[in-house]
Ligand binder design. Sequence first.
Ligand SMILES: [Zn+2]
Length: 157
Amino acid sequence: MTVPAAPVVIRLEPDAASAIARAAEEAYPNEACGVLVGRIGENGWHVIQAVAGANVHPEPRHRFEVDPRLVFDWMRRLRGGPHALVGHFHSHPDGPAEPSATDRESAYDRSAIWLIAAVPGGRLGALRAFRLGKGADPPFVEVPVEQPGCSGSAAGA
Ligand SMILES: [Zn+2]
């Protein structure tokens, strides 16, 4: 049995959130995808930028594959700096913002965060984040997303 350590969140900068929304809506009805730039701190991840790329999967309506050239370019660009690729995002056109069976099969990187955007009817819906759990047969574990620039009503009363 493992007990989660300190609460872990993902702080998502407004620019990153809007880039994900734009990519998800433009790609509809296909899945959008891209990489997340940020860093890992004590309390989780801080995502400062989302970079959309081509979905190079042959079945882009139901699957995604981030263009490997995008990943390579950004790894090179970020090398030696304070930020790194901390995960990726993709969208689920007319599907829920949670890992699909395919996502579960293709997940292997335990350090990467997965941001999944629902796009009901071509408009951004829920945006949720997940990471792989620890253990032999890891399910995805949801990680709360904080959007610091957003004055939403989510703050506790
Ligand atoms: Zn998916």
